[in-house]
Design a protein around this ligand. Structure first.
Ligand SMILES: C[S@@+](CC[C@H](N)C(=O)[O-])C[C@H]1O[C@@H](n2cnc3c(N)ncnc32)[C@H](O)[C@@H]1O
Length: 208
């Protein structure tokens, strides 16, 4: 994944350099194109390069801290919310909220959702998607590292799709900061030495 972003970034950067050099030599492919449009294209390329760079750096941090971005997908998300009993009035917390789908679907069920996400590009994307789906007011996406955040003590359901090697440390943090009885939903990975109280395929439910 990281390699792909690297190649894409390099490719975009080289394209950008080529445009600059063609421009300097007055040999732009479209001589009739006015300067404003050329400038706009260059700005767009620059924006794209910057977004890719931020993305690539964030992914490296994410892999180091808990997991890279891989979306659970709509069907698994539905299972996670069903197994967590997410419904009207519930307060949910998602650790590593990615593209925001889990929080957005929770909000569409009437819950209020908080998502914490390392990658700023994904946070902007998630906020945009939540607004477009009409639940912007019920989803809060925080740009940050969940290890450094204190979780809201009144959370009813915590959901995540994170790598197994961090789960022992995560259980201790959840126990320290949340109420007994809080529901914990993990996509794909089990807490070591702990049996889930229920499961639906790859989705597991635990309770503090
Ligand atoms: C496997 S993806 C899951 C995305 C989303 N939860 C879903 O189920 O579709 C894991 C996400 O966690 C984020 N992440 C990893 N470590 C994190 C940390 N310490 N704090 C906040 N987000 C983190 C990554 O950037 C990535 O978007």
């Amino acid at each position: 994944m990281g390699g792909l972003y690297g190649v894409l970034t390099l490719w975009t950067f080289q394209t950008y350099q080529a445009v600059i050099s063609l421009r300097r030599n007055n040999a732009l492919f479209y001589p009739h194109m006015n300067t404003a449009i050329t400038l706009l294209i260059e700005l767009l390329i620059l924006f794209f390069v910057l977004a890719l760079l931020v993305w690539a750096v964030s992914e490296i941090f994410a892999i180091y801290h808990a997991a890279p971005f891989v979306a659970s997908g709509k069907q698994i998300t539905e299972k996670m919310l069903d197994l967590g009993g997410v419904s009207n009035g519930k307060k949910i917390l998602e650790l590593g909220s990615g593209d925001g789908e889990v929080c957005i679907q929770a909000a569409e069920r009437g819950a209020s959702a908080i998502g914490i996400e390392l990658n700023p590009v994904l946070v902007l994307f998630a906020r945009f998607r939540a607004r477009r789906r009409g639940v912007g007011k019920h989803c809060v996406f925080i740009r940050g590292n969940f290890w450094k955040q204190t979780f809201p003590a009144d959370t009813d359901v915590v959901l995540f799709y994170l790598l197994p090697q961090i789960l022992t440390k995560l259980w201790k943090k959840l126990e320290r900061e949340l109420r007994p009885g809080t529901i914990i939903i993990s996509h794909a990975f089990k807490f070591p030495d702990r049996e889930p109280e229920a499961r639906d395929g790859k989705v597991l439910r635990y309770r503090l």
